[in-house]
Design a protein around this ligand. Structure first.
Ligand code: GUN
Length: 432
């Protein structure tokens, strides 16, 4: 019988089923049926799976295959203004980020969103949780582009009804904000079998009335959608407000959490929220360094985030590197600080992110039954001198992941798949 929907990828399989433990299969393979992994293991075994005799294997033992990276927090309209520095968050919001969002009308979304999703895929990211701007229509257009992109996207229109600290704008009227958000959620949440989802997105406590926070929480619960917002980015203390408004729960992803005190950490843990750690942004905006070990020790689910344009790039390898380096910097001044290894930050960027989204049984590792969200890397592109004189086939999974954490990026991505569908393929190398 002809195996119609089987697809096979071959390469050095590396994933992180537990924090700090990598699993590697040299010359391994995955077999995919209707977007789902049906066999995983050594190539010589997987190719003997029923129906696999007809499979045309993609890639080679020289490729490195990893589960798609997961970016838990970024702002789509801010991509054009990455790497514009300011002394701290509020001046940066006022001078850089909010003017960019103001420009994000439907036409801008039509022009920018497809490039943004392609940039994510080019960086090896297969799943992202994103903010649009406050406008309903441009968010709708960004959803349409997400649907076409093949990416796994959670998106929401920013909600913001108060001028707040420093006279932040643009603001909207509360009933309008709620109605627009609800319409978008009804239209998009759960589309394409859950590949596209909605996140109610109150900007942060400073720009939102308590009534908005309360109503956003109720809507998220009503539709079983996500909540995404920021906490303790430049100062601590708003966790209790979120708590009182019912905004904290298992479907809530909190960005930053740089300055939580013990009481706030306890509050977050009890509420079982997830945390999006974005060290490149927290350093860029001079916000501080998140106490990663304290949040993990409290049992919080933590994943990684680029926080573009607070963070200057979508490359999650840079975020992994920054996670290690920022905790290392803390450890020079605080004796007890645990510095994560490359294997640990890789776990945060894959299964950690999946767990933060409640998708740990769907994506994040190479286990049979999970969706085939996969990235193929050309390790030679991360090695010095393009790998000449460097036999990378001898590297351990830990060495490969370390190399990617310190030198990985779009140049090393060969192909990106979501549910087994290729959504990005690097241009063929120029023949010299
Ligand atoms: N807090 C509120 N809005 C924003 C934003 O757009 N970026 C960052 N980094 N923090 C925020």
């Amino acid at each position: 019988m002809m195996a119609k929907s089987l697809k096979g990828l071959r390469g050095f399989l590396i994933d992180a089923p537990e924090r700090g433990r990598l699993r590697g299969v040299r010359d391994g393979a995955v077999l995919i049926e209707d977007g789902v992994l049906v066999a995983v293991g050594p190539f010589d075994e997987v190719r003997r799976s029923p129906g696999a005799e007809y499979v045309k294997w993609q890639h080679s033992p020289e490729a490195v295959l990893i589960p798609g990276l997961i970016d838990l927090h970024a702002h789509l309209p801010q991509y054009p203004v990455v790497a514009r520095a300011e002394e701290s968050l509020l001046p940066w919001l006022q001078r850089i980020a909010l003017p960019a969002e103001k420009e994000f009308n439907a036409a801008a979304a039509r022009a920018q969103a497809p490039h943004f999703y392609e940039a994510l895929a080019r960086n090896g990211t297969t799943c992202a949780m994103l903010h649009a701007a406050t406008y309903e229509q441009s968010c709708d257009v960004a959803f349409e582009a997400a649907e076409r992109s093949g990416m796994r996207i959670i998106l929401g229109k920013v909600m913001m009804d108060e001028a707040g600290c420093g006279g932040l704008s643009p603001r909207e009227k509360l009933p309008l904000s709620l109605a627009r958000s609800e319409r978008l959620c009804r239209k998009w949440h759960g589309c394409d079998g859950g590949r596209i989802e909605y996140a109610f997105s109150p900007r942060f406590a400073v720009g939102c009335s308590e009534e908005l926070l309360r109503e956003a929480a109720l809507l998220a619960r009503k539709f079983d959608a996500y909540v995404q917002t920021s906490l303790s980015e430049s100062c601590g203390g708003t966790g209790a407000v979120y708590e009182a408004c019912g905004l904290l729960g298992e479907r809530t992803v909190l960005a930053h959490c740089v300055h939580p005190d013990d009481e706030e950490v306890r509050l977050l843990a009890v509420a079982r929220v997830a945390v999006a750690h974005s060290p490149t942004a927290d350093l860029f905006l001079n916000s501080g360094i998140m106490p990663l070990d304290r949040l993990l020790d409290a049992g919080l689910r933590v994943g990684l985030a680029s926080d573009v344009a607070g963070g200057p790039e979508l490359n999650l390898w840079q975020v992994m590197r920054s996670t290690i380096e920022s905790q290392k910097a803390r450890s020079f001044y605080e004796k007890e600080v645990r510095v994560p290894t490359a294997a640990e930050v890789f776990h945060l960027a894959t299964l950690g992110g999946a767990g933060a989204l409640g998708k740990g049984s769907l994506i994040g590792t190479f286990d049979v039954g999970k969706d085939a969200d996969i990235v193929a890397f050309d390790l030679a592109q991360a090695l010095s001198c393009g790998g000449r004189g460097n036999m990378h086939c001898d590297l351990s999974p830990e060495e490969v992941v370390t190399l990617l954490v310190y030198r990985g990026g779009p140049a090393a991505v060969i192909e990106t798949y979501v549910r087994g569908v290729s959504i990005y393929r690097a241009p063929a190398p120029q023949l010299l």
